[in-house]
Ligand binder design. Structure first.
Ligand SMILES: [Zn+2]
Ligand SMILES: [Zn+2]
Length: 214
């Protein structure tokens, strides 16, 4: 629904990255596939829709289907589920290379690095602090990082602002973007908070509908 709302070409969607199995990161799979079964825009589609994620993704989707015989794989087009391995390159879309790295969040959580020619994007997804994540994101054109908490984080397996800025400093991307804000952030002026940390480059606040060209 969000893709349609933003006017994106959702019927041509090639691939979906599932970073880990928390509900806010995978809960849309069922509703998406339930919708594509009937959407007029999908009835003539023949190219596969590919889901990429860690080991366990096939089981996760399979179990959702089993709950009430949802027949989510009964589509006009093939649905493929590809379980990736940490640090092993794969082709996420034709001609586009990706590699994922395990992160300290859940057993199956991964950050992803995607490269299209000379342009690269890294998305941390949910993660605790990890120096290897900064190395993984070195020199990316865009480094998208979770920044769940502002400060004094109550959970080790997420980031707060000081940590996110530290990772950005080490990774030295062309641009960085923060996302996955918990309510701590609601009353905060983003630009003011960021300025206090004197980041090495541009740090963008992720917002619904925001478009960025790389
Ligand atoms: Zn999570
Ligand atoms: Zn999350």
């Amino acid at each position: 629904m969000r893709m349609a709302h933003e006017g994106l070409d959702w019927p041509s969607l090639d691939a979906i990255w599932i970073s880990h199995f928390h509900m806010d990161h995978c809960g849309g799979i069922g509703p998406l596939l339930a919708g594509t079964r009937h959407a007029p825009q999908m009835q003539g589609r023949t190219k596969p829709l590919k889901f990429f994620g860690a080991k366990g993704l096939k089981d996760l989707i399979g179990r959702v289907i089993e709950v009430n015989n949802y027949r989510l794989f009964d589509q006009p087009f093939p649905v493929e589920i590809i379980e990736i391995e940490s640090l092993k390159k794969f082709e996420i879309v034709s001609g586009i290379e990706a590699v994922a790295m395990s992160t300290p969040h859940t057993a199956e959580s991964h950050a992803i690095r995607i490269r299209d020619g000379q342009t690269s994007l890294v998305y941390s997804a949910d993660t605790g602090f990890s120096e290897s994540l900064a190395d993984f994101a070195k020199g990316a054109d865009l480094f998208i990082l979770e920044c769940t908490f502002l400060k004094d984080k109550p959970a080790k397996k997420h980031l707060e602002l000081t940590e996110a800025i530290s990772l950005i400093r080490t990774a030295s991307p062309t641009r960085a973007m923060l996302t996955h804000f918990y309510p701590d952030w609601d009353a905060v002026d983003f630009a003011t908070e960021i300025a206090k940390h004197d980041p090495p480059g541009e740090v963008i606040e992720a917002r619904d509908g925001f478009v960025l060209n790389l």
